[in-house]
Write a protein that binds this ligand. Sequence first.
Ligand code: SAM
Length: 249
Amino acid sequence: MHITILTLFPEMVVPFFTSSIMKRAVEKGIITYDVIDFRDFAEGVHRKADDIPYGGGAGMVIMPEPLSRALDSVGAQGKRVVFPTPSGRLLTERYAEELAREEELVFICGHYEGIDQRVIDRYVTDEISIGDYVLSSGETASIVVIDALYRLIEGVISSESLDEESFTSPLLEYPQYTRPERYCNKSVPEVLLSGHHRHIAQWRLDRRLEKTMHSRPDLLSDASLSIDERKRLLFILDKEDRRWTLSEL
Ligand code: SAM
């Protein structure tokens, strides 16, 4: 996949591509990228790329011309162009999977109050929100979107790592432990040391059900749980003295 990022702050974006798992994906040639400073497409001595909003109000808005010149320089029209914005469609694992199937993505990083609407109307195919809160920059939001999608591309991480993760199925992930066996007087759950695969699988399923029930009960209402999973959930609820029936799940 080729990723192009248009930004006024390349120094916020480049380290993501030169570190950790993304660095390896780039070295393997799975990801190629360009980080473009669209201030280079601004005119005048001061290379001004933002201005005050028409109609008044606080803050600055990114001007259309420097950004559209930068977009034209990468042939953005006709490509999938992502603009992260709090007013966009909410990013989910399913949406990330859809984007991960593209061969090329262009990201526009907003800043200040945002970008001129006419650029959005002309080029943007996907306005994406990463959650119901406001960040100060589209650089961090773009990195979140890219991070969510690129790890789903074949060869970036092992497929086993993805299998039991939160949101791959409707259930959240089980807790993880590593060495040492005792830490601050707390031991690793015994079953994980038993080598008994069926018991470990059962323990992990129970923890996933518990975690989902406590942190995100809304996920359970959409969950297509198997009969066995429903039985386990009822058992857990029963232990906690919460009496639900199968039809409520
Ligand atoms: N005035 C905008 C509004 O109220 O929707 C917020 C602008 S915000 C201070 C600056 C930039 O950060 C936005 O243009 C957008 O690119 C990015 N941003 C902030 N919060 C975001 C979110 N929840 N999801 C995606 N992008 C976000």
